[in-house]
Design a protein around this ligand. Sequence first.
Ligand code: SAH
Length: 350
Amino acid sequence: MKKDICAYTYEQLQTEIQALGEQRFRAKQIYEWLHVRLAEDFSEMTNLSKELRGRLNEQYEILPVVMLEKQESRLDGTCKFLFRLHDGHVVESVWMRYDYGISVCISSQVGCRMGCRFCASGIGGLERNLSPSEMLGQVYRLQKLMGERISNVVVMGTGEPLDNYDNLLTFLKILSGEHGLHISQRSITVSTCGIVPKMYELAKEHLQITLALSLHGATQEKRKRLMPVANAWELEEVLAACDDYFRETGRRITFEYSLIHGVNDTPEDARELIRILKPRNCHLNLIPVNAVKEYHLKQPDRKNARNFKNHLEKYGINVTLRRELGADIDGACGQLRRSFLHTQTEEADL
Ligand code: SAH
């Protein structure tokens, strides 16, 4: 079987290429072709001899991430993509324009096994983990398709990144490394539902990435109703892991909180949120929940959401109410992939 050449860090690729009897500088050239020039075939690597290109092609492969579908929001230019992987699985990614640059949101797994009660990604369970090169492949494909330099990457698409920890770490190292696209770690965000032991592990890496914690409930009871992962770790344990991350890295945690009408948007919820966030140096991101066909959850109306935010602000919480991008396309996590799989099944039924 051919080896996945994009999954090697710079140092690992040097070892690989030296083992082929080649000099170190060849590894630098190849790495640049893969991670800066975003080559998709060894034949593009014209500063290597034909013979070496041939040998690379025999032993290694560059796994394709192919665009299947693109939805563009007419409201704000946000684009949502469906990509096909080498084994036919599909994942989704999002491309967004902000004042500060281009941000992309990528998936870390095919499906997800966390089963959050408002999220479309978990409905079909987990299919498999994505390799580092498949995570990179989404970024690279988006950069090539859209032709603009990507400045920010958020791992907030389908999947739980800390449930695919080793691959995530390699991905982060290659993405931010000086020999690759060199995206600043401060411009990378990893979002987790709160896999406590992995949060401690990540803190020990001392990366400068932002860790986002999906909170969604400000008490253990509330959280448990929305997120099965809360059965494994108490809210207090999750918050202690967040504090540890901040201590180890100096990076403020972003808490994410999807506002769901009548479920977690009451004045009592706001009080509980203030109680846990007030003592912490953090940022709170409120996101009106995206309606998912399979669940009966409603967004609070805009006025209520704003009141909720203002109330928290009055108590000194650093809070933003996320501007909704791509509201007219299948915006929420896992929705595009689900509707795609759905049409496929319907077609198969015909
Ligand atoms: N598994 C990771 C990352 C993927 S989800 C995590 O849980 O953080 C990225 C964010 O979108 C999470 O905060 C998730 O809870 C939230 N999310 C999922 N479905 C949503 C929906 N229907 N509406 C609003 N936010 C949603």
